[in-house]
Write a protein that binds this ligand. Structure first.
Ligand code: NDP
Length: 245
């Protein structure tokens, strides 16, 4: 289906220990790519065993700028390290509360992980992509970044920020053959959405024209599409069953 050959491509997916990130990693693995899995702590053995090609792994807290920089530097120094062709900034958290009750700590934590975290990972890799004169970056935003959502002032701000970052990096990277796009998923089945109350889930579902939650694999297909097409940059693809029509 895809013209691009992923067999000689290396893909780093942040937050790929589970959920959407893991599905994205599997999708590229199925196409023959070399994966670098990432999480805050060690990737479980059963996750590693689920890949065709043995993935490399790296662990760090994306919200910690120094740790992120040091770990990425070390990654590039590994003797078996092939470089990064595709970066998927997927790591993210929620800490929901209506705006008037939101603590400064919870606001900062979500911005630091979901927005600054993506920048922390991107900056050192973007520098390498500029030198290697190619690269694909995909940022996992959210439909909430486009439409806002009650109880998610921190998350919506971070995810909207990622869209601005995507457009800017797309402009800065274009002349070096670096494309940068975002995906804005709606409600996708994962640990993050499992944590919601049944009431909250039913409430959202009532607003989804396709009347179901999305699957992580459906987001992963979009990531593969964005990495395959070489004329799309600076865009945000909404994968939400029609929630944001
Ligand atoms: P999960 O909670 O299932 O997984 C989150 C992943 O991010 C885990 O691998 C986790 O690693 C990692 N992670 C979280 N914080 C950090 C951190 N500080 N440093 C490093 N890694 C971190 O989430 P989903 O799969 O549901 O979501 C993935 C992305 O998609 C997120 O950015 C989310 O905002 C976005 N999204 C999700 C939607 C959904 O409906 N599920 C909808 C729209 C967007 P570890 O296990 O090591 O902690």
């Amino acid at each position: 289906m895809f013209k691009k050959d992923f067999k000689n491509q290396t893909v780093l997916v942040t937050g790929s220990s589970r959920g959407i990130g893991l599905a994205v990693a599997h999708a590229f693995d199925d196409l023959g790519a070399q994966l670098i899995l990432h999480g805050r702590s060690a990737i479980p053995a059963d996750v590693l065993d689920s890949f065709h090609q043995k993935p490399m792994t790296v662990e760090f807290d994306v919200a910690n700028t120094e740790e992120t920089e040091a770990q990425i530097k070390d990654l590039y120094k590994r003797p078996d390290f092939p470089g990064i062709d595709i970066l998927v900034n997927n790591a993210g958290i929620t800490k929901d509360q209506i705006a008037i009750g939101m603590s400064p700590a919870d606001f900062a934590a979500v911005i630091n992980t979901n927005l600054t975290g993506a920048f922390n990972v991107t900056q050192p890799i973007f520098k390498k992509m500029v030198r290697q004169k190619h690269g694909d970056i995909i940022n996992m935003s959210s439909v909430v970044g486009l439409m806002g959502n009650i109880g998610q002032v921190n998350y919506a701000a971070a995810k909207a920020g990622l869209i601005g970052m995507t457009k800017t990096l797309a402009k800065e990277g274009a002349r070096r053959n670096i494309r940068v796009n975002a995906i804005a998923p709606g409600m996708i089945v994962s640990d993050m959405t499992d944590a919601l109350s049944e009431d909250a889930k039913a409430n959202v579902l009532g607003n989804v024209p396709l009347a179901r939650f999305g699957l992580a694999e459906e987001v992963a297909e979009t990531a593969v599409f964005l990495a395959s097409n070489e004329y799309i940059t600076g865009q945000t693809i909404v994968v939400d069953g029609g929630l944001y029509i």
